[in-house]
Design a protein around this ligand. Structure first.
Ligand code: TRP
Length: 329
C-alpha cells in the first residue's frame, strides 16, 4: 500500500510563487510515490471570506487549475472540494469536544491572522479552523502533509487531537508528519516576510509575462543603494532572495556584483524576470490546456470529492464506534 499525502489550500484566490516553493513543488515531486489528496479548502476559506461566496466558488476552480498547471497529474492525484466531504464536518464536531479554546487562542498562526484580519469580527469557525484541518488530514488517514512553515502549528494541533482521541477512545486516528520544503517561506515583493494573497505582494502562477516584469520592477531593494555606484546589500534585498531561490546557480555571482557595485538593480531585476518567466512558461501552457477543458476539471473534482467522502465515511464510522456512539449501528 502506498503511503498517503493530504495537503491543500484555502480557496480565497489564485496561488502564487510562495505556494509553489512552499508546497506545490513538493507535491508534484511526490505524486508518483504517494497516494495524493489535494484539498480545495472552501469551508476554511469561509473563515475569513464568508461575505464573498462568489469569490470562493471561482477560486475552487482557480486553485484546482493552479494545481494541475504546476504538473499534478489528474490520473494520479485526487482533487477534493472540502464542502463536499460531509465526513470532514462530522469529524470536526467530534474533535471540537476534545480541543481546548486555550490551545486555539495560543496558536501562533491564528494569532498573526487575527492581527491581520482584525479581531472584532472573529468567528467561532475561524478560531476553530485548526480543528477542521485536523479533520481534513485524519479523514483519509494521511501519513504526510507537505506544507509551508506557517502551517506547522496546525499540524501540531492535529497531533494533539490524535493523541487525545486515541488515548481516550482507542487507537483509531493516524498521526501525520509535516513535510517542510527547503524554502518554507518566500517573502513578498514589498519586503513583508510572507508573500500573501491578501497582502498584495505576490506573483501569481497565472500572471502574464509582462505582469511579472512590472511586479519585479516594483520590488523593494536595498534602500541604502540609491545609485549604481553605491554598494548593495543583497542580504537586505528581496530580489537577491528570489535569485537565491529561483536562480541558485547565478545567485552567488549576482550577489557579489551587487555588493561590488558592478551590477545595478535594473539589470538584476531584468534577469530575475527572465528566470521567473522561464519557470512559469510551462505552467501557463498547462493552465491554458485545462482552461479549455473546464468541464473535465469539474468532473475530476466531483469524483475526487466522492472518493474522499467514501474513505471519510469509514473513518467517521470508526470514530463513532470508538466513542460509543454506535447503539444501533
Ligand atoms: N490552512 C491551509 C492554508 O491556509 C489550507 C489547508 C486546509 C490545509 N486544510 C489543510 C493544508 C490540510 C494542509 C492540510 O493554506
Amino acid at each position: 500500500m502506498q503511503k498517503r499525502i493530504l495537503t491543500g489550500e484555502r480557496t480565497t484566490g489564485k496561488l502564487h510563487l510562495g505556494h509553489y516553493v512552499g508546497s506545490l513543488k513538493n507535491r508534484v515531486a511526490l505524486q508518483d510515490t504517494y497516494d495524493t489528496y489535494v484539498l480545495l479548502a472552501d469551508v476554511q476559506a469561509m473563515t475569513t471570506h464568508f461575505e464573498s461566496p462568489a469569490l470562493i466558488r471561482e477560486s475552487v476552480l482557480d486553485v484546482a487549475l493552479d494545481n494541475l498547471s504546476v504538473g499534478l497529474d489528474p490520473e494520479k492525484v485526487i482533487l477534493v472540494q472540502q464542502s463536499h466531504v460531509a465526513a470532514i464536518a462530522e469529524l470536526t464536531v467530534f474533535y471540537s469536544m476534545i480541543t481546548t479554546v486555550n490551545t486555539l487562542r495560543h496558536n501562533p498562526t491564528i494569532k498573526s491572522e487575527m492581527a491581520q484580519y482584525g479581531t472584532k469580527e472573529l468567528t467561532y469557525g475561524f478560531l476553530g479552523y485548526p480543528v477542521s484541518q485536523a479533520a481534513d488530514i485524519t479523514c483519509v488517514h494521511a501519513d504526510l502533509v507537505p506544507v509551508g512553515e506557517d502551517q506547522l502549528p496546525h499540524i501540531e494541533q492535529t497531533h494533539r487531537i490524535v493523541r487525545k482521541f486515541n488515548s481516550l477512545y482507542g487507537d483509531v486516528l493516524k498521526r501525520p508528519e509535516a513535510l517542510l520544503s527547503d524554502v518554507p517561506r518566500l517573502p513578498g515583493l514589498d519586503g513583508n516576510s510572507k508573500m500573501g494573497k491578501s497582502l498584495g505582494n505576490a506573483i501569481y502562477l497565472s500572471d502574464a509575462p509582462d505582469v511579472v516584469a512590472t511586479k519585479v520592477r516594483s520590488a523593494v531593494t536595498d534602500p541604502s543603494r540609491i545609485s549604481l555606484k553605491d554598494k548593495g546589500h543583497p542580504e537586505r534585498c528581496v530580489v537577491a532572495t528570489y535569485h537565491n531561490v529561483f536562480n541558485p546557480l547565478e545567485a552567488p555571482d549576482i550577489s557579489a556584483r551587487c555588493s561590488g557595485a558592478t551590477l545595478g538593480c535594473v539589470a538584476c531585476k531584468g534577469r530575475l524576470t527572465e528566470v521567473l518567466n522561464t519557470l512559469l512558461e510551462p505552467i501557463r501552457i498547462r493552465r491554458s490546456h485545462y482552461e479549455n477543458r473546464v468541464d473535465d476539471v469539474v468532473s475530476i473534482i466531483a469524483e475526487g470529492s466522492a472518493k474522499a467522502q467514501a474513505i471519510g465515511a469509514e473513518t467517521v464510522a470508526a470514530v463513532k464506534s470508538a466513542m460509543h456512539l454506535n447503539l444501533y449501528k
